[in-house]
Ligand binder design. Structure first.
Ligand SMILES: Nc1nc2c(c(=O)[nH]1)N(C=O)[C@@H](CNc1ccc(C(=O)N[C@@H](CCC(=O)O)C(=O)O)cc1)CN2
Ligand SMILES: Nc1ncnc2c1ncn2[C@@H]1O[C@H](COP(=O)(O)OP(=O)(O)OP(=O)(O)O)[C@@H](O)[C@H]1O
Length: 190
């Protein structure tokens, strides 16, 4: 069955909200973290962009803590008007403030911005295993960002509820696939 993006987003949010109430979600979050850590994906990446996760998403808090432990530089997404997104330097001392979406962002407006990152962990609600297409919250933030920063390696962590064999949603000209998908049992780079 093919759905439009808006309807699938709604459906996925319901599925993911439900999943977030289960212990299975926590187990998968942990597995995905381990898969990422034990892979070579982080090896040559010193500057890494990430988001602070919402309940429905793969939990990024432990990933961030682990990146700090590894001595990586972590940059957190900050959204701006006109669907622009930048990445702001994030340390354990940074203060965070929730934005309108309820997503935590760096409070300090003067914190260092860096968009030419080595690696970007891309959030999403649904991913297609064949094409590596993703469905996000519908802001088009990542497609706009990646259009300008095509050299950045992209990785998404995909739990069992986000995983589709193929895209059951319509694809747009502007949709940019994610290079590497990490699932609980495999890593696929296109
Ligand atoms: N945790 C997390 N942080 C993230 C993202 C994400 O997916 N997850 N983003 C990933 O991009 C960016 C924020 N994404 C956003 C996506 C949509 C809207 C928004 O305003 N949505 C409209 C409805 C959209 C529509 O259906 O047209 C709204 O709420 O009014 C805001 C932010 C950056 N930070
Ligand atoms: N590079 C771009 N330039 C102009 N408009 C764009 C671009 N990328 C996406 N858009 C527009 O932004 C809107 C949202 O795109 P889409 O539904 O693909 O968002 P999404 O990938 O789910 O969201 P997000 O990246 O924020 O998680 C669409 O109307 C799309 O046409």
């Amino acid at each position: 069955m093919r759905l439009n993006k808006k309807d699938l987003r709604k459906k996925q949010l319901a599925i993911l909200n439900e999943f977030a109430l289960t212990g299975e979600k926590k187990k998968e979050d942990q597995k995905l973290l381990n898969k990422l850590i034990n892979s070579k994906l982080l090896e040559n990446a010193q500057t890494i962009g990430i988001t602070s996760s919402l309940n429905q998403e793969v939990d990024t808090s432990k990933i961030i803590a682990h990146l700090w432990d590894l001595g990586k530089e972590v940059y957190l997404a900050r959204t701006e008007p006109n669907r622009v997104m930048h990445f702001v330097y994030y340390t354990y001392r940074s203060k965070l403030t929730k934005n309108k979406m309820g997503i935590e962002e760096i409070t300090d407006q003067n914190a260092e911005v860096k968009d030419d990152l080595d690696l970007l962990l891309v959030p999403g609600l649904a991913f297609a295993l064949d094409s590596h297409q993703r469905l996000g919250f519908g802001g088009g933030f990542y497609d706009r960002f990646l259009e300008k920063h095509a050299e950045i390696k992209t990785v998404s962590l995909v739990n069992s509820k986000m995983m589709y064999e193929t895209a059951i949603w319509p694809l747009d000209q502007t949709d940019i696939p994610v290079e590497t998908l990490v699932t609980t049992d495999k890593i696929i780079t296109n």
